[in-house]
Design a binder for this molecule. Structure first.
Ligand code: NAP
Length: 213
């Protein structure tokens, strides 16, 4: 299989590339700047892929899995509200995956699969603590677009899944997450394997439990 991952230089994206290679798949790793860890994996690295303005990616073809992973986090509270960080998170977390989809859709075919890395924080039903305005709203908007994409791509034979990767020890969580990228990606990988048109548009956590909207 040919697996294409963005935000591939570190964190969950990097681990996705690593596990894809361990399973013998061909990997195209999209990132803004590569990393030493990424360079040790035998993958095709494409740098300069800023999700707010992706470059032409015509060379990336025959995509079996597209993993839309890049994201950012800011921690606004009501006392410390910031419209700028809100907008940035919408640009990267909500619009970024759609921009990447349009930049790469020429490479998708019947039977390709799309995995979108969302977050439990994008679940309105699971919001029991407030705050985090931009992150929550940007991931909720991403979920809405992911479900529309799932409907719109059904006739093309392309299923789409939305994932909560767990609370993962990466830069984003200052490595305070309770699970490793390895554990998270093992779960996500098997969910991608099981994803089919009948289950397209579902929001799962890395353990395969359905997350309420
Ligand atoms: N870690 C968690 O507990 C957790 C929980 C729920 C959901 N998630 C989601 O999982 C995904 C991966 O997170 P992570 O934990 O691996 O975070 P991370 O270690 O901070 O990695 C984020 C990745 O996104 C890339 N990125 C950020 N802004 C970008 C932009 N404008 N254009 C292109 N690439 C950009 C980063 O590239 P640079 O190095 O160039 O900045 C990096 O590769 C995100 O969507 C995040 O929201 C994570």
């Amino acid at each position: 299989m040919h697996i294409v991952v963005n935000g591939a230089n570190r964190g969950i994206g990097l681990e996705f590339c690593r596990q894809a290679r361990q399973r013998g798949h061909r990997v195209t790793a999209l990132c803004r700047n590569s990393s030493e860890e990424l360079e040790t994996l035998q993958v095709d690295v494409v740098e300069g892929v800023e999700v707010t303005s992706p470059p032409p990616l015509e060379q990336v073809r025959e995509i079996d899995w597209l993993i839309l992973n890049a994201g950012i986090w800011a921690d606004e509270s009501l006392e410390n509200f910031n419209f700028e960080t809100l907008k940035e998170q919408f640009e990267v977390n909500s619009l970024g995956p759609m921009r990447m989809f349009f930049a790469l859709c020429h490479g998708l075919h019947r039977g390709s699969k799309i995995g979108i890395i969302s977050s439990l924080m994008g679940s309105v039903a699971e919001n029991s603590s407030g705050g985090r305005y931009g992150y929550r709203a940007s991931k909720a908007a991403l979920n809405c677009m992911g479900v529309s994409l799932a409907h719109d791509l059904k006739s093309e034979g392309i299923p789409v899944a939305l994932f909560h990767p767990g609370y993962v020890a990466t830069d984003m969580t200052s490595f305070k997450g309770t699970i490793s990228p390895k554990e998270s990606v093992e779960g996500l990988f098997s969910l991608m394997e099981k994803l089919e048109l009948e289950s397209s548009g579902t929001f799962w956590n890395y353990r395969g439990e359905v997350v309420p909207w």
